[in-house]
Design a protein around this ligand. Structure first.
Ligand SMILES: [Zn+2]
Length: 177
């Protein structure tokens, strides 16, 4: 078998068209995180790579937090969205190395988190380790940096619960890792 030939029994296999990858990226841009339905898996930086392998789309996924129960849901959502867009039997590869960091969240994603009422991760992880703490967590409602930690665990394990001392509103903070 020559490179580029497809196995006859592999249903759904086809050769990739030049615009397939761009279309697949836009399909994934509409797959939302199940816990934070305003940011997509692309905004979060979970989708690390897309290419065409053996007649199928090959998707590299790095889960956000290891053991996060949303990971399997996210992978199913990605598969279903791609299948629905005509990419038969996409191959998902879960890659744990390098580990996901909040630095991978896009600027658009950070803005959408804030608009949704979740404080996006403060600063970069490298800066945080230098400073030895999580930096300033700003209130997503009024922007005040005058906030206090109420609980390490907010509505999900991925978030911490804070309260704004100025406007008194509690809010979720997307933990920096
Ligand atoms: Zn506030």
């Amino acid at each position: 078998m020559r490179p580029g030939e497809l196995i006859a029994s592999d249903r759904g296999a086809r050769s990739g068209a030049p615009d397939d990858l761009a279309r697949a990226w836009s399909v994934l841009g509409a797959v939302m995180d199940p816990e934070v339905p305003v940011v997509s898996v692309v905004d979060l930086g979970i989708v690390r790579g897309l290419d065409w392998q053996d007649g199928h789309l090959h998707v590299v996924v790095t889960p956000t937090y290891s053991g996060c129960p949303a990971t399997e849901v996210i992978e199913q959502d990605i598969e279903q969205a791609l299948e629905g867009a005509g990419f038969a039997a996409p191959k998902l590869e879960r890659r744990l190395n390098p580990a996901w960091t909040t630095d991978w969240i896009s600027n658009d994603g950070r803005e959408r988190l804030r608009a949704y009422g979740i404080a996006p991760p403060a600063g970069s992880t490298s800066k945080r380790s230098l400073m030895g703490d999580s930096g300033d967590v700003c209130c997503p409602q009024c922007g005040s940096a005058h906030t206090e930690l109420l609980s390490q665990f907010g509505s999900t394990a991925c978030k911490a619960l804070y309260r704004c001392i100025d406007c008194r509103e509690p809010f979720d903070y997307f933990k920096c890792i």
